[in-house]
Every structure is written in structure tokens, then in C-alpha cells.
Design a protein around this ligand. Structure first.
Ligand code: PMV
Length: 323
């Protein structure tokens, strides 16, 4: 039977998290550690999944019951992606899918959205369905919303388009930013963040303080737009200053943590141009923009306060067929 391997990159948010859920912009970069998905067409209408990174082994069900019953956490995005694709483009038989990630699903690099994108791209390829990047985005973003109810879709866009993107909620704008480098140091807190509960906590705050939160979102959106222009000119000190302001806003939203703040301050004290949390907050990763001369010192400072520096390329290629 026909078989294919598809890969998509993980992502890191540079600026704009949380506000981007509510009709503002953000900037995201695709990272060099990738998700690999193997898809094989089956003669019978069954769905099979092996995803050892998220503890799914020998998972199997009939196509007719896709999306129904008790679905293991590690299978939800892939199963829903298959369901959404085949609802629109019916398959004759079934599909066996195996996922393997180069990065830990704990980092917050977006393993769920990367695997969702790989599944849709792979099914399109296997069935000779001609899908544009925008059509892949629509199907993958719908899948993410079906599973987790909330989200801007920035992670889906990063997995599809790769590179560094200026992005507005729901893919209203997806614009690559021409960059040849992005001098980032990435530090992992060792704590897994729960994106949906952090979005909910911020929503609850917005319910109690609507005006204040709206001001914060507007500020964040403005900073993203200014950083967008500064990035095009490779004005790293200005981008960094805006990142520091953004971190202050995220502190106000209540999504930073002692561990994140410790690593961020250690990076700044060691000479980073700027530093902030990346993603929903609460844990996952922080990022620092750093000159070549200061990279070593900043990395050591992050490690010294208990962070784990992750050596990762940024601004990399989006989803692609491997085999
Ligand atoms: O937790 P992450 O890394 O998926 O980042 C979430 C960023 C949010 O803005 C809070 C949510 C979103 O979908 O944009």
C-alpha cells in the first residue's frame, strides 16, 4: 500500500502571546527540531496509530467511529485530523499513522499542531488532493479548535509555512518575515505548561477587569507591530526592548512564574539584549535575544538558575514530504 513520511517544525513564540487569541498580532518562528509522521493507506476503513512519544501503542478503531468514545490524550489531534480530512475528502480504505518527534512534547514546541499538520499534508499527498497552504491551515486549525476549544492558530501556521511569521488570529494575516538569522537562546523551565488552563485564567481576569486587560492586549499588539518593523531591519536591541516590555505585560496578565522570571533575569543580567517567556507561560520555555559574544555567558546563567538550555535552530522550513 502507498506510504509517505511528512515532517513539520516545532515553534517558538517571539512576541504577542495571549493577545493573539483576541484579534491581535504575534510573531512566531519555526524551530529546527521536527515532528515526523509516517502514513500508510490500508485496504480496510480502519484508523491505526502508534505514537510512542505520547504513550499511544496499538491504538485502532473503525473509521465510522472516528472522534467518538474515550480517546487517549496522545491520539486526539491525529484522530481528529483524520476525521476532518476524510469528512471533506473521503478515503476508500483506512490509514496507519506513526508519529515520532525530535523534541519532547514537554517543551511547548507545539507537537500537537505539528502532527496535525503532517497528517493533513500526508493524507492530501497520498490521495492526490491538491491543497494550498491556506487550505491545510483551515483544516488543521479547525482540528485544533475541535480538540482544545481555544487558540489563535499561530502554531499551526508555523508548522505549515515555517520561517518567521507575522500572524493575526485565525490566520487573518500570515506574512513571512525575511530573516537570515535570529540570535536566540532558549531555556526550558522543566515545568510543563497547560495552555488551555492559562488561556482560561487570563479570560477570567479579563472578565473581572475588562478595560485593563484590553489596554494590555492593545499594548502587546502595538509592540508586536513595532517589533515586526524592527525585525525587518535586524534591529535586535529594539526588538529586545519590546520583548522586555512584553514580558512586563505577561507578568501583569499573571502568566509568568518564579522559575521563568529567574531565568529571564539571569539572562538579562548576563548581557542578553532582552528576554521573555515564550508561549502560554506558567512553565515551558523562555527566550533571550543575545549577541554572539554573550551567548555563552547567557547560556551559563540560565543553567545556573536551574534552566535547561535547548540548542535549536530557528527560522526553519515548514511542512515537507520526506519520503
Ligand atoms: O502554550 P503555547 O506554546 O502553545 O502558546 C500559547 C500561546 C497563546 O497565545 C496563549 C495561545 C494561542 O493559541 O495563541
Amino acid at each position: 500500500m502507498k506510504k509517505i513520511v511528512v515532517s513539520a517544525p516545532g515553534k517558538l513564540m517571539l512576541l504577542g502571546e495571549h493577545a493573539v487569541v483576541y484579534n491581535h498580532s504575534c510573531i512566531v518562528t519555526a524551530v529546527g527540531q521536527r515532528m515526523f509522521v509516517t502514513l500508510e493507506l490500508l485496504p480496510e476503513p480502519t484508523f491505526e496509530l502508534e505514537a510512542s512519544d505520547v504513550e499511544v501503542a496499538g491504538y485502532k478503531k473503525r473509521f465510522a467511529s472516528l472522534g467518538e468514545g474515550d480517546i487517549p490524550k496522545g491520539a486526539r489531534f491525529v484522530e481528529m485530523a483524520v476525521k476532518n480530512f476524510t469528512k471533506r475528502y473521503p478515503l476508500k480504505g483506512g490509514v496507519r499513522i506513526t508519529t515520532k518527534s525530535e523534541f519532547s512534547s514537554l517543551f511547548g514546541f507545539g507537537s500537537s499542531s505539528a502532527s496535525t499538520v503532517c497528517v493533513i499534508k500526508g493524507l492530501a499527498e497520498l490521495t492526490n488532493t491538491n491543497l494550498s497552504s491556506k487550505e491545510i491551515f483551515e483544516l488543521a486549525y479547525k482540528t485544533v479548535l475541535d480538540v482544545q476549544g481555544k487558540g489563535s492558530g499561530f502554531d499551526v501556521a508555523a508548522a505549515i509555512y515555517g520561517r518567521t511569521l507575522y500572524f493575526v488570529t485565525g490566520g487573518k494575516v500570515i506574512e513571512p518575515i525575511a530573516l537570515d538569522e535570529l540570535p536566540l537562546v532558549v531555556g526550558y523551565t522543566g515545568v510543563k505548561a497547560d495552555t488551555v488552563s492559562l488561556i482560561n485564567a487570563v479570560a477570567e481576569k479579563a472578565f473581572r477587569h475588562p478595560k485593563r486587560i484590553e489596554v494590555i492586549y492593545t499594548q502587546i499588539g502595538d509592540m508586536v507591530d513595532e517589533a515586526h518593523a524592527a525585525l525587518k531591519e535586524r534591529n535586535w536591541p529594539l526588538v529586545s526592548e519590546l520583548m522586555d516590555f512584553d514580558q512586563g505585560m505577561l507578568e501583569s496578565l499573571g502568566v509568568s512564574s518564579q522559575r521563568l522570571a529567574g531565568m529571564i533575569h539571569a539572562a538579562r543580567d548576563a548581557g542578553a539584549w532582552g528576554a521573555k517567556l515564550s508561549g502560554a507561560g506558567g512553565g515551558d520555555c523562555m527566550i533571550a535575544l543575545v549577541s554572539r559574544e554573550k551567548k555563552q555567558a547567557v547560556s551559563e546563567a540560565i543553567t545556573k538558575v536551574g534552566g535547561q538550555v535547548i540548542d535549536v535552530a530557528t527560522n526553519v522550513e515548514g511542512v515537507r514530504i520526506e519520503l
